[in-house]
Design a protein around this ligand. Structure first.
Ligand SMILES: [Fe+2]
Length: 312
C-alpha cells in the first residue's frame, strides 16, 4: 500500500517536471521565432494589426500623391538588424523641458525610483509632442506606418541596489512585436549615472536559444546566471547627452541601471502603429491618465486615444 502511494507520487512528480520542461521549451521557441514570450494568440492579433496599418499607410500614400511620405529604408534596415536606433537630439529648447521636470521632482522626497504624478502638464505635453513630431519620419520608417502612443511616464532614478526580479536586472518585456519604446533623456547619461543597457537582436536571440527566460520572477532570477561578465561585455550602453532620443524593441534582452553617482531623468513612451498621424491629445492623455496595463490586448482600442477624455 505504502509502495503504491510512493509510486503514484513519483509519477505525479515526473509528470509535473515534464510539463514544466515542455512550457519552458515552448517559451524558448516563442522567443526565438517571435522574439517574445507573450502568448501566441495575442502576438498573431498584433501581427495582423501591424500588417493592416502598413497597408493603410501605403494606400493613403497612393491616394494622396501630393503628400507622399517616403520612408527611409536605411533607418528601417538598421532597426531591423539591431533592434534599437538613436533618433537624434531633441531641439535646443529641450533644456526648458529638463528644467521644468526637475523642478517638479523637487516636491518629492528623493527615493531610488521616483515617478511624476500623472496629471495634465502643458509644458511636458507640448514638448513631448514636438519631439515625437520632429522624429516622426524616422519612427514611421521603422513601423512603415503612422504611430500612436500608449502610456507615457516621467521618472528619475538615484543610486540604489536592484532587486533580483526587477527591470533593473536583465530581462525582456514580453510585449507584442509591433510595440516599441522611446526614451527621451533629460540629463546627460553615462555608464556612471544610469545609462540604459541592451543586447542587440542577434545576441538576444543567442541568449534565448541558450534558455534565457524572464517571464516569471523565478525564471528571471535563474536566467541572470547566463549573463556572465564576458557575455555582458557584448551589450550596448546607450549613453547620450540631455535631449537624446532613442527607440528600441523592448523584447531585446535589456536592463535599467541604477546610477553609481548622480541621477537619471527619463521620459519613457510606449508606441505602436496607427492608421492616423499622431495628434497632441494622444500625448496629453497618456501623460495624465492612469497606467492600467502595459499594452492593450486589442491594438484597435487605445484607451488614451478618445478625444472626449482629453484633459482641459
Ligand atoms: Fe524592460
Amino acid at each position: 500500500m505504502k509502495f503504491t502511494v510512493l509510486a503514484k507520487n513519483d509519477l505525479r512528480g515526473s509528470l509535473r517536471s515534464l510539463y514544466v520542461l515542455y512550457v519552458d521549451l515552448f517559451t524558448i521557441l516563442k522567443c526565438s521565432i517571435f522574439r517574445s514570450s507573450l502568448d501566441l494568440r495575442t502576438q498573431i492579433r498584433w501581427e495582423f494589426f501591424h500588417m493592416y496599418m502598413k497597408f493603410m499607410f501605403i494606400f493613403k500614400n497612393f491616394l494622396v500623391a501630393s503628400n507622399r511620405i517616403k520612408v527611409s529604408q536605411s533607418i528601417n534596415q538598421d532597426f531591423k538588424r539591431k533592434g534599437f536606433v538613436l533618433l537624434g537630439r531633441a531641439s535646443s529648447d529641450s533644456s526648458e523641458l529638463s528644467a521644468h521636470v526637475e523642478s517638479l521632482f523637487l516636491s518629492q522626497s528623493p527615493e531610488k525610483y521616483n515617478v511624476l504624478p500623472r496629471k495634465y502638464d502643458p509644458v511636458i505635453s507640448n514638448h513631448v509632442f514636438k519631439i515625437l513630431t520632429k522624429f516622426s519620419h524616422s519612427i514611421e520608417s521603422i513601423f512603415q506606418s503612422h504611430f500612436q502612443t500608449y502610456w507615457i511616464s516621467v521618472y528619475k532614478t538615484s543610486p540604489g541596489e536592484s532587486t533580483g526580479d526587477s527591470s533593473f536586472v536583465w530581462h525582456q518585456d514580453a510585449d507584442p512585436r509591433p510595440l516599441l519604446k522611446i526614451f527621451i533623456y533629460l540629463n546627460d547619461l553615462t555608464k556612471k549615472n544610469g545609462a540604459f543597457r541592451t543586447f542587440d537582436r542577434k545576441f538576444s536571440r543567442l541568449l534565448f536559444n541558450k534558455g534565457f527566460i524572464s517571464n516569471s520572477p523565478e525564471h528571471r532570477i535563474n536566467s541572470q546566471k547566463l549573463i556572465t561578465e564576458d557575455v555582458a561585455a557584448s551589450s550596448h550602453w546607450i549613453e547620450g547627452s540631455a535631449g537624446t532620443v532613442f527607440i528600441f524593441d523592448n523584447n531585446l534582452i535589456h536592463k535599467g541601471t541604477f546610477p553609481e553617482e548622480g541621477y537619471r531623468t527619463v521620459i519613457s513612451i510606449e508606441i505602436y502603429p496607427s492608421k492616423n498621424k499622431l495628434d497632441s491629445t494622444n500625448v496629453a492623455n497618456p501623460l495624465s491618465m492612469p497606467v492600467i496595463d502595459d499594452f492593450p490586448l486589442s491594438p484597435y482600442i487605445n484607451r488614451y486615444m478618445p478625444t472626449e477624455q482629453a484633459p482641459h
